[in-house]
Design a protein around this ligand. Structure first.
Ligand code: NAD
Length: 261
């Protein structure tokens, strides 16, 4: 299938590792120019090197999107890199915790990591997308938007807010040739998940294999997902081929979520 990504300019945040990195590479393989953003310059530099070895064009900016000046710095770098047509909005997940007892600082921290910078970046990118009459925006959220995950109250609540935002926006900008969607990963084998599971195993005093076995038993596919499996769905949503698909969340979870829709 011709995806219509070649030669387009993409901004990918949270690109230094895991799902964001896999999406940056997936877009680069399809011929997009990539501006990669995250906090770790060393990892971003190795991503850019990998893209250049594939024959692609990429640059990076090390920035913390939770800081007040983070989104502005990214928008300035994006303007210098070229008009962004594809935006993949992603940062790391917030800390665990139950709904009861989380203080205002925790809520504000999660809001500043998962919601505010994505809205600021989107607002900054929209005028050029509207002018061009073309844009693709994809948010990485979580299976939590269909089925809240226990002990992840911050993620469950804030990602619901992101979903409300993107659905609303999708209807406002559809007439400009701009689509806005989300990909909700299920349990995906990234560095972060490996660290989390190792931590859980230490806490429970069991081998880490037992933690994986328990979870895999609950996933119809019988295994965790790979970052590339989430990336291929995001790349499709960021493609010209997905032109009539907007306001949707696609959950990539090996069948884990039980809800009908
Ligand atoms: P990860 O922690 O491995 O990677 C997150 C990326 O975001 C990194 O590049 C990190 O540097 C960047 N980042 C984090 N905070 C940032 C900030 N303030 N400013 C700039 N960059 C920042 O995460 P992942 O496993 O690849 O997951 C990506 C997203 O998908 C996360 O929001 C995660 O919560 C969500 N998710 C993941 C899974 C999973 O199983 N991996 C499941 C559901 C949802």
């Amino acid at each position: 299938m011709e995806l219509g990504i070649r030669g387009r300019t993409a901004l990918v945040t949270g690109a230094s590792q895991g799902i964001g990195r896999a999406i940056a590479l997936g877009l680069a393989r399809e011929g997009a120019r990539i501006l990669a953003v995250a906090r770790n310059a060393e990892k971003l530099s190795s991503l850019v090197e990998e893209i250049r070895q594939l024959g692609g064009d990429a640059a990076y900016l090390a920035a913390d999107l939770s800081r007040e000046d983070g989104p502005r710095k990214v928008l300035e770098a994006a303007e210098a890199f070229g008009e962004i047509e594809l935006f993949l909005a992603n940062t790391g997940g917030p800390p665990p915790g139950q709904a009861e007892g989380l203080g205002p600082e925790a809520w504000q921290g999660a809001f500043k990591q998962l919601f505010l910078p994505m809205v600021e970046l989107t607002s900054g990118l929209l005028p050029a997308m509207k002018r061009r009459g073309y844009g693709r925006i994809v948010f990485i959220t979580s299976l939590a938007v269909k089925e809240p995950v226990e002990n992840l109250a911050l993620s469950n609540a804030i990602r619901a807010g992101v979903t409300g935002y993107l659905k609303t926006l999708s209807r406002e900008v559809a007439k400009f040739g701009i689509t806005v969607n989300a990909v909700g990963p299920g349990y995906t084998r990234t560095e972060r998940v490996e660290q989390l599971f190792a931590h859980r195993a230490r806490e429970a005093g069991v081998p880490v294999e037992e933690i994986y076995r328990d979870l895999e038993g609950q996933i119809p596919a019988g295994r965790l997902g790979e970052p590339d499996e989430v990336a291929s769905v995001a790349v499709f949503l960021l493609s010209e081929a997905a032109s009539y698909l907007t306001g949707q969340t696609i959950i990539v979870d090996g069948g884990y979520v039980r809800s009908l829709l």
